[in-house]
Design a protein around this ligand. Structure first.
Ligand code: ZN
Length: 391
């Protein structure tokens, strides 16, 4: 019930210095310079020594194919569902699930059930209604109703543009969808973000730019993703973000990167150097999506699966290899997505907010301990919580 995280160097994500953090139930009760581990009154504190560690807010991954994705190289290339320990090992305590290319054998209902299951197993989950195609598949028959009536739905997507796998949506179709989502969001007090998948087609962000220019719908209603997929899109994304847009960079593990790829870490540094306000940038992992590996003749030789581990790996790379300040690198997987998606109680370490914390070893930069809604899910590098079918 009561836990004390002692002597950690706290980033909330802004640096707070060395602090003790008291957790009561599933909330942060107090953050002070020093909290007595013997409170008296017969109360016992479970003390976790965080000496030599950073204490961060639990990570938020805003784009994960929880029920699996892929399938783009026939049925056998459909990727598996995610399991709890993958999320925990990656420090992810809040996740937004989504559907992608396949909206026939993958459904919003299955995604909803998976999100509910992961929540029962201890983390916090949300989802997008929809998938790549417009009209989007929904739970209730209407995007507006999904956002307005279903608590878990915080937006719609990932809707594909500039991609051979998209439904080739017209500007008017995209406008109508954005308008429905906006009204659902206003009526429910949610963010109602339209998550837009960018392919590598020559049109890039054109449809989105025109949508914002020709309607009253504000930039805050959209979060285009995979902006770091090409040099050209990266430049377009930076220009879009400087005008007021929000952008998401996709993290990818080193083994799946190809020559010339812009890593999320590199993309973040370029955005900051170009003058993009730091709060407009997020990272996501696109985990459980399929990652084909090609040989030098561009033949697919193996299918891999994206992992949420890429999320914090990219933050580490941003700090250690790109020289991005820790606070700014951390914000792209904590405070920024919490604000963009209006995730209550998430993304920051502050009294009365949810007790989602990640303890990271300062020497190795490795995730050691993960706490989700007050429960220790991983301690000293070993998951202490497992998914229902993980044994
Ligand atoms: Zn995508």
């Amino acid at each position: 019930m009561l836990k004390l995280i002692k002597n950690g160097e706290v980033f909330a994500p802004e640096p707070l210095g060395r602090k003790d953090i008291l957790i009561v139930g599933d909330r942060i009760a107090s953050i002070r310079d020093a909290i007595d581990p013997n409170p008296g009154m017969g109360l016992e504190l479970d003390v976790i020594d965080a000496s030599g560690k950073w204490v961060f807010p639990g990570f938020i991954d805003g784009h994960v194919h929880l029920t699996g994705g892929g399938g783009e190289a026939s049925f056998r290339s459909r990727t598996p569902e995610i399991v709890l320990s993958s999320l925990i090992r990656g420090g992810v305590t809040t996740v937004i699930g989504c559907l992608g290319t396949d909206c026939i054998t993958r459904t919003p209902e299955a995604l909803y059930a998976k999100a509910k299951g992961l929540e029962e197993e201890g983390i916090t989950t949300y989802l997008f209604t929809g998938a790549y195609r417009i009209p989007i598949p929904t739970l209730t028959g209407s995007p507006m109703k999904d956002i307005l009536l279903i608590d878990k739905v915080v937006g719609a997507g990932e809707v594909a543009i500039s991609d051979h796998r998209s439904s080739q949506p017209s500007l008017d179709e995209l406008k109508r969808l954005a308008a429905d989502i906006r009204v659902g969001a206003i009526l429910s007090g949610k963010a109602g973000v339209l998550n837009i998948h960018l392919g590598d087609g020559p049109d890039g962000l054109r449809l989105l730019r025109e949508l914002v220019a020709t309607t009253e719908i504000p930039y805050s209603q959209f979060l285009p993703t995979h902006i770091n997929r090409s040099e050209r899109l990266m430049e377009e994304g930076i220009a879009y973000a400087k005008l007021g847009g929000f952008i998401d960079l996709t993290c990818c593990e080193a083994e799946y990167q190809e020559d010339g790829d812009i890593t999320a870490a590199e993309g973040l540094k370029r955005c900051l150097e170009a003058g993009v306000p730091a709060h407009r940038i997020t990272f996501t992992s696109d985990a459980q999506g399929s990652l084909p590996i090609f040989n030098e003749r561009r033949e697919c030789i193996r299918m891999g699966v994206g992992s949420v581990a890429a999320l914090f790996d990219s933050v580490r790379e941003a700090v250690l290899q790109q020289g991005v300040p820790l606070e700014q690198a951390l914000a792209v997987i904590t405070r920024n997505p919490a604000e963009i998606y209006k995730l209550k109680g998430k993304g920051r370490l502050q009294e009365s907010l949810d007790a989602d914390l990640v303890l990271v070893d300062r020497d190795s930069f490795g995730i050691r301990t993960v706490i989700a809604r007050g429960r220790v899910m991983m301690h000293d590098g070993d998951p202490t919580a497992r998914g229902t079918f993980e044994g």
